[in-house]
Ligand binder design. Structure first.
Ligand code: SF4
Length: 345
């Protein structure tokens, strides 16, 4: 049995033709799965009965189960999913006014071991398939029927550019007018700075948003908190960003998690402003660290955060401060999975 969500619309059309069925049924099947949320082929009432039976013999629709669900007082909802091989992944749905953002995972665990990230504590297990990524989106969409899912960010567990082909395949379905129909500009790939992936992305015919986790503006500190910096150091990363912006004319958002006693002081703000000052179309998103007791990570105080932001602003950098959501439900990536796995011990 195969996950039907592994097939693009074209691949599904080809499959139907190979069975002697008209290819227009592929759009109907996409409509049932991605727009109407059907979990069974038998409920696809405008398909011939024989085709429904053939589909059910060859494919399944949902490849994972909900293992745990938490809802915060601010409306943020966190999902823990159990995959067919019993691995666990997380996704979060974040409502804000008319906007509902789905924050999804791209891998089970992560290779990149950023020092502030609970996702990396258990190491890397495997890539998610395109179908599993789409499962996350289906669950989030079906959970927010009142306010439709409007945005997708690849900011959950895993490095999306380290699972490039599957992530791009899933994005094309998320973006497709026959499936989720979420505009490419409402889909964000968040990377720790995988240069070959950024170079590949700039040649795609997709206007997705790119966000880079920066967190420090010196190679010494960045390599300490993000080991990936040893492979892709700042000078090469920023040069790659210049090339990306020149080629795509799209803005890059640089994420900077502020951690008490580490990277939230005035000198760090000055270095960050100097690093980004010549980059056209750059924006900095400051985020106060979520407390992670296992890693002894705490957020700085409000005064320190405000003065960091003020310094960037005065240096002419486009800067915003992201409000942390779902603090009461372990909303930082990897935290729910860690808690769940501890409870199983
Ligand atoms: S922040 Fe992202 S890239 Fe870094 S360890 Fe966590 S999941 Fe991996």
């Amino acid at each position: 049995m195969q996950d039907i969500k592994e097939l693009s619309l074209k691949e599904l059309e080809d499959k139907l033709l190979s069975w002697g069925s008209p290819k227009y049924h592929a759009k109907q099947i996409f409509n049932w799965i991605y727009r109407k949320g059907a979990f069974e082929f038998n409920s696809m009432s405008d398909l011939p009965q024989a085709l429904r039976a053939t589909l059910a013999d060859s494919f399944y629709i949902l490849g994972m189960e909900l293992a745990e669900f938490q809802k915060s007082t601010d409306g943020t909802a966190k999902f823990l999913f159990q995959l067919k091989d019993n691995n666990l992944i997380e996704a979060v749905s974040i409502p804000a006014g008319e906007r509902v953002t789905g924050c999804i995972s791209s891998q089970v665990g992560c290779k990149f071991a950023c020092g502030f990230c609970a996702s990396a504590l258990k190491g890397f297990k495997r890539n998610l398939s395109a179908g599993e990524i789409l499962d996350e989106v289906l669950y989030l969409k079906n959970n927010s029927r009142k306010e439709p899912l409007t945005h997708i960010v690849f900011m959950g567990t895993g490095e999306p550019l380290d699972n490039y082909e599957n992530v791009l395949k899933a994005i094309r379905v998320i973006n497709s007018p026959h499936a989720f129909n979420i505009g490419a500009r409402r889909i964000t790939i968040s990377t720790c700075g995988i240069i070959p992936g950024i170079k590949k992305l700039q040649d795609e015919d997709l206007q997705v948003e790119l966000s880079i986790s920066l967190h420090a503006a010196s190679d010494r500190l960045r390599s300490e908190i993000m080991p990936v910096n040893k492979k892709y150091p700042l000078a090469e990363l920023i040069s790659c960003c210049h090339e990306y912006i020149a080629k795509t004319n799209r803005q890059i958002t640089f994420e900077c998690i502020l951690i008490k006693g580490l990277n939230a002081d005035k000198e760090s703000a000055q270095k960050l402003a100097a690093l980004l000052k010549d980059l056209r179309l750059a924006k900095v998103n400051l985020i106060a660290a979520n407390p992670i007791p296992e890693l002894k990570i705490m957020p700085p105080g409000k005064t320190e955060i405000d003065s960091f932001k003020e310094h960037l602003f005065k240096a002419g950098i486009n800067v915003t401060l992201r409000r942390e959501r779902g603090q009461d439900i372990s909303a930082a990536c990897g935290q729910l999975r860690l808690k769940h796995e501890k409870n199983q011990l």
